[in-house]
Design a protein around this ligand. Structure first.
Ligand code: 4AD
Ligand code: MG
Length: 447
């Protein structure tokens, strides 16, 4: 009888049975009497053993890494004292070439390996993805996105899909990608927040997993031109509720990933020192944070490099470098809350006791810095109109956003989380580029 076709990830139930598998030759080791192949099909790795006639014909057939093959054989537990992925190996009795791969100087191994120069790996990202570490990262990424969705389902937060093509800015005009849209100007979205807010009276609490775009000319470890933005908006909450919700979102999602047998194992392999974050997160007011930076001699560096570094003063932005030094010292997740109005976007609710500051928060993680930005939103139309004015924004394209205040306003707030940033933290990666499938950053949109 024909052997059943099985994915490598599902082989555990087929011990001592004949199966048929398909995949790519990941590794190839030829010995005098036998050939060992590690086969890869995306669901796992499987050791194949070819002996006898099968072994003898291989050379002539040009079997090299990255060839696609079909194999049948009996699945056996690996002999005592040896290891193989899944604890089993396939004793092949038949195989067939499906897709050849180049050998010699064009072979995968000569073109490329995980230790190749970063610029080579960038250009060959499509091949890089076949290597073990990038594939493991993508697998954890998928598990994390699932975990977010599970968290939101538990909290009765509904998923929506806002548009990417928009005609309003959220986080300031300087980072907008503009394009011609049937003769008028449109942008690639920077954030879906404003659209999420309009959903509250219709759908209740909502979230989205949507690409956001930032035309920032920042060549840093944590900036992309396109990133996967997880945003949520919650009605009838206080600022304190918002912080607690963000804390739960991070802690529960990380817990789900760690509890997943495949993804949890990969996290521990990729980041052996990972410790799940403890609740509650440290909370530090912006004013206190400025004092803290000065107490620790962490200086402010102006965008203009001609300006010498100086101590921080109230109203200063806490830049990436300062943030990083701060989280390196404290080494725990922390919220900075209550940023000054002029530093933040037009829509942020002001602190009732001191209107110069906002009910806003950034969540900083060790090694990465900011991974979440959030705030309570203005509820009052008059104040919102002043907000546009203060930020030099023409309010007319925002008529729909304003209507949210006209037709039944309420206290509400939300946040945006950068998927690549939380992954860089979770997997201890040097840059967010490593956790993006095909990263986009200044000058790069290929492959
Ligand atoms: O702090 P940001 O700009 O906040 C907003 O867009 C709000 N409208 C979100 C909201 O309240 N719904 O961006 C939110 C997060 C940041 O904390 C960061 O993690 C990520 O998005 N982010 C980036 N990630 C990668 N590359 C970039 N260029 C990013 N810009 C922001
Ligand atoms: Mg921010």
């Amino acid at each position: 009888p024909a052997a059943p076709k099985v994915k490598i990830g599902h082989l555990a139930e087929y011990r001592d049975k004949r199966v048929r598998v398909f995949g790519w030759v990941h590794r190839l080791r030829q010995q005098a009497q036998m050939t060992f192949i590690t086969l890869r099909d995306g669901t796992g790795y499987l050791q194949l053993v070819l002996s006898g006639d099968l072994h003898k014909t291989l050379d002539a057939l040009d079997l090299v890494t990255e060839c696609t093959i079909e194999v049948t054989g009996e699945l056996k537990a690996v002999p005592e004292g040896k290891t193989a992925p899944g604890g089993h190996e396939l004793a092949a009795d038949w195989w067939k070439m499906i897709g050849r791969a180049p050998s010699g100087t064009d072979s995968y191994a000569s073109l490329f390996n995980e230790h190749a120069d970063p610029s080579v790996r960038q250009r060959l990202r499509h091949l890089d993805l076949r290597a073990e570490t990038p594939a493991a990262i993508m697998r954890v990424r998928a598990a994390l996105l699932n975990a977010f969705r599970r968290f939101y389902a538990n909290e009765t937060v509904l998923e929506v899909t806002p548009p990417c093509i928009v005609q309003t800015s959220v986080e300031g005009g300087s980072t907008l990608f503009k394009f011609d849209y049937y003769g008028s100007e449109a942008y690639l979205t920077q954030s879906s927040q404003l659209f999420l807010e309009t959903c509250l009276p219709s759908l209740g609490d909502v979230f989205c997993v949507q690409e956001s775009f930032r035309a920032e000319n920042s060549h840093t470890r944590r900036h992309l031109a396109e990133y996967t933005h997880v945003e949520a908006e919650l009605a009838f909450i206080t600022f304190d509720d918002l912080l607690t919700h963000i804390e739960s979102m991070i802690c529960d999602s990380v817990e789900y990933v760690l509890a997943d047998p495949v993804a949890g194992k990969l996290v521990r392999e990729l980041n052996p020192n990972f410790v799940a974050p403890a609740r509650p997160f440290l909370r530090m007011d912006y004013k206190k944070a400025i004092e803290w930076l000065n107490e620790h001699d962490i200086l402010f560096q102006d965008d203009d490099p001609a300006q010498p570094p100086r101590p921080h003063k109230l109203g200063d932005d806490i830049a990436e470098a300062a943030e990083r030094k701060m989280t390196d010292i404290l080494n725990v997740p922390m919220f900075i809350t209550g940023f000054p109005r002029e530093m933040k976007a037009f829509y942020m609710k002001r602190v009732p006791e001191d209107e110069h500051y906002t009910e806003s928060c950034d969540l900083l993680m060790p090694g990465v810095g900011e991974i979440v930005g959030g705030s309570m939103r203005m509820t009052d139309l008059k104040q919102l109109l002043e907000g546009y004015k203060e930020h030099g924004i023409d309010p007319s394209p925002y008529y729909w956003y304003n209507d949210q205040r006209t037709y039944g306003t309420m206290e509400h707030g939300g946040y945006g989380l950068g998927t690549e940033r939380i992954l860089a933290w979770l997997l201890n990666r040097y840059t967010v580029r490593e956790v993006s499938l095909y990263p986009r950053y200044p000058g790069h949109a290929q492959p």
